[in-house]
Design a protein around this ligand. Sequence first.
Ligand SMILES: NC(=O)c1ccc[n+]([C@@H]2O[C@H](COP(=O)([O-])OP(=O)(O)OC[C@H]3O[C@@H](n4cnc5c(N)ncnc54)[C@H](OP(=O)(O)O)[C@@H]3O)[C@@H](O)[C@H]2O)c1
Length: 224
Amino acid sequence: VRVVISGVSGGLGEAVVRTLLEDPACEVHGLCRSAAHVTVRSDRLTLSEIDLADAASVDAWEPGQHVDALIHCAAVGDNVSFADADTARWERFFSVNVVAAATLTQRLLPRFTPGASVVFVNSGLGLRASSASVPYSASKAALKSLADAIRPELNDRGVSVTTVYPGQIATPMLARNVAAMGRPWHPDSYIQPEELARILVQLTKTGPSLQLTDVVARPAREPW
Ligand SMILES: NC(=O)c1ccc[n+]([C@@H]2O[C@H](COP(=O)([O-])OP(=O)(O)OC[C@H]3O[C@@H](n4cnc5c(N)ncnc54)[C@H](OP(=O)(O)O)[C@@H]3O)[C@@H](O)[C@H]2O)c1
């Protein structure tokens, strides 16, 4: 089983890689900006350094052989209000969170094995936008639309497409946003990345007659 996953230096991405590697039959191809920031090491983990905000860097990626699952985990996630959202920020959110996800999926089209799966890690804000996080909410809504728009074509190729909409996860992204909001950091109040990682890995194993299109994952108690 060969899985390609972006954002492997991140809190959730790292947990997904660790969970995937628990299966001795699984080989993981991780995408990261810098391999130096990836803490997991395994002879079944290969890394490609790609800046997902840079189209030339994405286009230069050599995706390799067949792929059984593609998990889009990378994202820019800072809270940026409408007033603070300048053109450069809009471009960064959309290039990483939407354009790179589309391009990576398209590049892999000829390599998906029958029964393969694509999982997009979205956000609760992709379903319900927040005025505190305007470019992020808009990019995640676009990512939902991307998944829905390409699902029929991928399904025709025997590939399932799932979007997961998590609430707050105890990762560096949330820690930064909680600090920016001036709130105390209580990681136990949020979804634990390892717990969500198990669900994401499970989502790559559904089928052959069933496809989970949209999965909403909330903290056991809403933290605010
Ligand atoms: N944490 C939450 O509360 C929460 C809630 C809902 C949804 N999510 C979603 O969960 C997913 C994982 O986020 P996380 O919480 O694990 O956040 P994180 O710890 O900040 O990880 C984000 C990942 O995205 C990568 N990334 C950002 N910009 C990139 C670029 N230009 N090129 C390549 N990689 C880039 C980061 O790489 P670097 O290390 O190089 O920056 C990092 O690996 C994201 O899709 C996020 O939107 C998170």
